[in-house]
Design a protein around this ligand. Structure first.
Ligand SMILES: [Fe+2]
Ligand SMILES: [Fe+2]
Length: 171
């Protein structure tokens, strides 16, 4: 390039040469677009997480309606569907959402780890609910269900707060 080439032409180099990786401005722009892409994916994951939290609610409503009728038979089917939906939801969070959150804010590792640990505990509590339904009768099951629902709700609130702190309140 001639020494009298315009400054803008000298500054624009895409790869190769002594300035491999681009100018400081180019690298900054690349990071900004990476950040925007990550943020966009995180907002989608945030919306999906909230939609799944809402999707879980009807299973509880089904079980509560069956409890009002003192009919344990449909409760097993609803518990099965709840377990399946929760397992899929927890897997999505453990495999996709939490690693992305950790990438965004590594200092939140202990809170993310605690949330992930909750998943195993909640699934074990749910297993206990199946056993309680068979063994203890509807009254004890109902009490266990209330406690489970409250633990799940508080877990979801902590997740939504953590994600909101990292990427904003979302849609
Ligand atoms: Fe979760
Ligand atoms: Fe969740």
């Amino acid at each position: 390039m001639p020494h009298n080439a315009p400054a803008a032409a000298r500054g624009v180099r895409l790869g190769g040469g002594a300035e491999r990786g681009g100018s400081v401005e180019e690298r900054g722009a690349a990071l900004t677009s990476l950040d925007t892409g990550l943020r966009f994916r995180m907002q989608r994951a945030q919306n999906q997480m909230r939609a799944q939290h809402r999707h879980i609610l009807p299973f509880f409503e089904e079980i509560e309606a069956a409890l009002l009728r003192r009919n344990s038979e449909p409760i097993r089917g609803s518990l099965d569907r709840l377990a399946e939906a929760l397992e899929a939801h927890f897997n999505l969070e453990d495999d996709v959402l939490f690693p992305a959150l950790h990438g965004l804010r590594p200092e939140s590792e202990s809170e993310i780890g605690a949330l992930s640990h909750d998943h195993a505990a909640l699934l074990s509590d749910l297993e206990g609910l199946f056993e309680s339904l068979e063994r203890d009768g509807l009254e004890a099951f109902e009490q266990g269900l209330r406690e489970f629902r409250s633990a799940l709700r508080s877990h979801e609130a902590r997740e939504e707060q953590l994600v909101g702190e990292m990427i904003g309140p979302g849609a």
